[in-house]
Design a protein around this ligand. Structure first.
Ligand SMILES: [Zn+2]
Length: 490
C-alpha cells in the first residue's frame, strides 16, 4: 500500500500551464494530507481507501482570497458557520480581511495584541484553512509590518481608500469613532503613502519573503461618494440598488485606482492588488495604469456578485455592497475584461450580515442598510454556470478561483491538484441545475441577493488536506481547518 486514499473516476482540472482546458481523466493519490500521485490508471490495490468520483469534475479547492469573517458577527461564530458555507461551495482556503476599529473586534491598539485574539477566536472552529489580510490603520501598525510578516505569517495588507471620509455604510453618524484612531492621526492619502513605504521597506529588508508580500486596495473616493450620496438622496428619483450605485459612481472607483497606482509608483511598491473592480470605468483605469506603470505588478480582482447580479436582477437591497452592484452594461464589461484575460482572480467578498443587522427601520431604504453579503457558496458554481455559457474553460476557472490567488498570496502549497500540494479539492457536477435558496445555505445569513438565480453546476464533495468536509452536500466531521502562516513551508 503506497497510498492512503485514491480518487478514481474523475476528470481532473489542472490550472498549470500544461493542463488541458477541459480536464483530464486522471487518478489522484493522497497520503498524509498531500497529493502524491496524479496519473492515469493507478491500480486500486495500491491504496487503503478508494473514493469513487462518480465521473464528476475534480477542481483544486477554491482559494477565496476575499472574505470578511467577524465583521458583523463574533469571529468565532463566523469561523464556524461561514467556513461551512465555504466548504459547501468547494472553498478550502479563505483569506479574510481584518482591521482594528468599529465592527470586527470593536477595539483598537497594536496588532501584536490584536492578532493573537483573532487567532484564538478563530482557532479550532473552521472547517477550511484560513489566513488573514491586515489593514494598517494607524502609524503604529506601519511599524509593525515586518513583525506581522515574520512572526505572524501575514504577507498581505489592505487600504480602504474611502474610509477616512465616508464610513462603512455611507450615512454614518459615528464617523469620528469609526476607525478608533489615536488623537491627531488621520486615515487619508498621506497615511496610504506611508503604508506603502512601510511595506516596501519591509520587502527590501526581508528579501526572501518579498515576492509574497503585497498590498490590496479598496478603490473608491470618499469626497466624490459623499457629494453624490447627498445629491442622490436629495433628488429622490432613484431608489434601491440603482440609487446606491449612483451614490458611489464608477468614476469614484476609477479615480481611486489612478491615485493608488500613482502612489505605488511614487513609493516603489511593486505588488499591488486592485480589489473588487466593479465597473467598466474601474477596469479601464486599471488597464491604463498597468500600461502607464509597467514596473508595477498589478493584479485585478472581481467578485462573483458583480459578475452575476446587476441592480435590477439582484434580489432586493440585500444586494447592498461596496463597491455597489452596477448596471447590466457594467456587468457585461466585467465579463469582457475577464474573457480577455485582464482579471486575475474572482472572489466572493463574503461578509455574513444577518437580516436583523442588514436592514434599517425602513427596510426599503438602501441608505439605511448595511453593506456586504455572503456568497462563498456560490463562487465556483456561479462562475462555472455563467462562465461556461460565455466560453470560459474549466482550466481558466481553476486559475481564477484557486491557482492565481494562491500564487500571489504566499499559499505556495495550494492551488493545484499536483504532487506535493495540499490535498484540497472538490467534486463538481457540471450537469446539475438548481435554484439558489438562502435557506439551503449553511451560512448564518438568512437571505441572499442571488435568491432564485438558476445555476447549472453544483459542488457535491469537498476535501481539505485529504479530509472530507462535504459529502454529497452534507458537512461531515469536526472542524479541522488551520491557520495558514504565509508563505507556506517557510
Ligand atoms: Zn471586502
Amino acid at each position: 500500500m503506497s497510498l492512503q486514499q485514491l480518487v478514481k473516476n474523475v476528470v481532473v482540472i489542472r490550472p498549470e500551464a500544461d493542463g488541458a482546458p477541459d480536464g483530464e481523466r486522471l487518478d489522484i493519490g493522497i497520503t498524509d494530507g498531500k497529493f502524491v500521485r496524479v496519473e492515469s490508471q493507478i491500480p486500486a490495490e495500491e491504496a487503503e481507501t478508494v473514493i469513487d468520483g462518480r465521473g464528476l469534475l475534480a477542481f483544486p479547492g477554491v482559494v477565496d482570497a476575499h472574505q470578511h469573517w467577524g465583521l458583523y458577527n463574533p469571529l468565532a461564530d463566523d469561523a464556524e458557520t461561514e467556513s461551512r458555507a465555504g466548504a459547501q461551495g468547494g472553498v478550502t482556503t479563505a483569506l479574510t480581511y481584518m482591521r482594528t476599529g468599529r465592527y470586527y473586534l470593536n477595539r483598537s491598539g497594536p496588532y501584536a495584541e490584536f492578532l493573537p485574539v483573532v487567532l484564538e477566536s478563530a482557532g479550532g472552529r473552521s472547517y477550511i484553512d484560513y489566513g488573514f489580510h491586515l489593514a494598517p490603520m494607524m502609524r503604529q501598525h506601519i511599524e509593525e509590518i515586518p513583525s506581522l510578516i515574520e512572526d505572524f505569517g501575514v504577507t498581505s495588507f489592505k487600504i480602504f481608500m474611502f474610509y477616512g471620509g465616508h464610513g462603512l455604510h455611507g450615512r454614518s453618524a459615528d464617523q469620528d469613532q469609526f476607525l478608533m484612531l489615536p488623537a491627531g492621526e488621520r486615515y487619508d492619502l498621506a497615511h496610504f503613502e506611508f503604508v506603502m513605504r512601510g511595506i516596501q521597506e519591509a520587502r527590501e529588508k526581508l528579501t526572501d519573503l518579498a515576492p509574497h508580500v503585497s498590498l490590496s486596495l479598496h478603490c473608491e473616493t470618499a469626497e466624490i461618494m459623499s457629494a453624490y450620496t447627498e445629491m442622490v438622496e436629495r433628488d429622490g428619483t432613484l431608489s434601491g440598488l440603482a440609487a446606491y450605485s449612483a451614490s458611489r459612481p464608477p468614476h469614484s472607483e476609477a479615480l481611486a485606482v489612478t491615485v493608488a497606482s500613482f502612489l505605488a509608483d511614487e513609493t516603489g511598491l511593486p505588488n499591488i492588488n486592485l480589489l473588487h473592480l466593479s465597473s467598466r470605468k474601474a477596469l479601464a483605469a486599471a488597464m491604463r495604469m498597468a500600461s502607464t506603470f509597467p514596473h508595477v505588478d498589478f493584479r485585478r480582482e472581481v467578485t462573483i456578485g458583480h459578475l452575476l447580479a446587476d441592480v435590477e436582477t439582484a434580489h432586493g437591497i440585500g444586494g447592498k455592497v461596496n463597491p455597489p452592484l452596477r448596471s447590466r452594461e457594467d456587468v457585461e464589461a466585467l465579463w469582457s475584461y475577464l474573457l480577455d484575460g485582464a482579471v486575475d482572480w474572482v472572489v466572493s467578498d463574503h461578509a455574513c450580515c444577518k437580516d436583523e443587522d442588514k436592514f434599517g427601520d425602513d427596510r426599503d431604504d438602501v441608505f439605511a442598510a448595511r453593506s456586504g453579503f455572503g456568497g462563498a457558496e456560490y463562487l465556483l458554481p456561479g462562475l462555472i454556470s455563467e462562465g461556461r455559457r460565455r466560453g470560459l474553460s474549466y482550466q481558466r476557472i481553476a486559475q481564477l478561483t484557486s491557482w492565481n490567488p494562491a500564487r500571489r498570496f504566499g499559499l505556495t502549497g495550494k492551488g493545484a491538484i499536483a504532487p506535493g500540494y495540499d490535498a484540497d479539492f472538490c467534486l463538481v457536477d457540471p450537469m446539475a441545475t438548481w435554484t439558489v435558496r438562502a435557506e439551503d445555505s449553511f451560512s448564518a445569513q438568512d437571505y441572499s441577493p442571488f435568491e432564485g438565480f438558476e445555476l447549472t453546476a453544483r459542488v457535491t464533495d469537498t476535501w481539505v488536506r485529504g479530509q472530507q468536509v462535504l459529502d454529497r452536500g452534507n458537512i461531515v466531521g469536526s472542524p479541522q481547518g488551520r491557520y495558514v502562516s504565509r508563505p507556506q513551508g517557510r
